[in-house]
Design a protein around this ligand. Structure first.
Ligand SMILES: [Zn+2]
Length: 58
């Protein structure tokens, strides 16, 4: 049993991703795409806005 998502070279515990592998999201407030940041490494799934400013604006 196991789901594999076909991630080449997935390393558990890797903290810093190379730019080419960094995921991106689009901020619903300003409409701009923003990319993964190291400070979001543990909460990326919960990140919605590109910045605290946008988060407060809503
Ligand atoms: Zn924004």
């Amino acid at each position: 049993m196991g789901r594999q998502r076909g991630e080449p070279g997935a390393r558990p515990g890797a903290k810093a991703l190379p730019p080419s592998e960094r995921p991106t999201k689009v901020c619903p407030v300003c409409g701009r795409p923003f990319s993964w940041r190291k400070k979001w490494s543990s909460v990326w799934d919960e990140v919605i806005y590109c910045s605290d400013r946008c988060r407060r604006r809503r």
